[in-house]
Design a protein around this ligand. Structure first.
Ligand SMILES: CC(C)(COP(=O)(O)OP(=O)(O)OC[C@H]1O[C@@H](n2cnc3c(N)ncnc32)[C@H](O)[C@@H]1OP(=O)(O)O)[C@@H](O)C(=O)NCCC(=O)NCCS
Length: 214
């Protein structure tokens, strides 16, 4: 499967490493072709120029048949995935799971385009929505429901029975206590301990977590 990664920043490079780590010869063998971006004029100083194929128009020229979302920021990845699914309906979005991740494959449901990074742990009866990313070393406990386009950053712990609605960002090392609901588009800051529900669109941080000024 010839796969390109959407985005060219650090997160995209980490996802390229996951693609390379998937064992070859298996049912989902990937051939990493390069990075594609929405706007070549917006390439930043930390973005890869090496293996940058071009903008989305180049997908046809390179005979790509699968994509992985390398953009982490939830609203951007929801927007880009919707755009790409509309423009390129034949392209596949495989789930990408690093071999070191621990997942109860019998009971966990992974949506299209989900990425599970190095050392992430997903226990039982968890549902992960399309285009969500579990970054390295995070954990997701029993019966949690992770919406579409969420990003759970390194070392964050999502306790059992938690609901993340669509487009939620959980910052590095944050803790979300059991059976809480984090509303659509909310952000939990790095290092926060969330002890009560978070309304949609609100950014919280601190211990215990409280709304932050912007
Ligand atoms: C919470 C967060 C989204 C806020 O970002 P922002 O909207 O740009 O906010 P600012 O940096 O302007 O900070 C606003 C206020 O919140 C405070 N703040 C920022 N992040 C905080 C955090 N994680 N915990 C507690 N307070 C925080 C700032 O000190 C500032 O306080 P002040 O108004 O008293 O000066 C961001 O700081 C964060 O934690 N992002 C997650 C980063 C992450 O996980 N990175 C991993 C990449 S792999």
């Amino acid at each position: 499967m010839r796969i390109a990664i959407v985005g060219a920043g650090g997160n995209a490079r980490e996802i390229a490493a996951i693609v390379r780590a998937v064992p070859r010869g298996g049912p989902s063998e990937f051939d990493f072709v390069g990075f594609v971006v929405s706007d070549l004029g917006a390439i930043g100083p930390h973005d890869s120029r090496d293996m940058l194929l071009g903008d989305f128009d180049c997908l046809r020229a390179h005979s790509i048949n699968a994509l992985a979302m390398g953009c982490g920021e939830p609203s951007a990845k929801l927007r880009l995935s919707a755009q790409l699914c509309a423009e390129f309906p034949d392209l596949q979005w495989p789930t990408l799971i690093h071999p070191s991740a621990l997942i109860d494959k019998d009971s966990v449901q992974l949506g299209s385009g989900v990425v599970v990074c190095v050392g992430a742990i997903v226990t039982v009866n968890v549902v992960i929505g399309d285009f969500s990313q579990l970054n390295f070393g995070c954990t997701v406990g029993h019966e949690s429901q992770i919406g579409r386009g969420c990003l759970i950053n390194p070392g964050a712990n999502i306790s059992g029975g938690v609901v993340l609605e669509d487009g939620v960002l959980i910052g590095t090392g944050a803790q979300v206590l059991q059976y809480l609901r984090i509303g659509q588009g909310a952000t939990v800051g790095a290092g926060a301990v969330v002890t009560s529900d978070v309304p949609p669109g609100v950014t919280v941080g601190g211990v215990p977590a409280h709304p932050l000024s912007s």
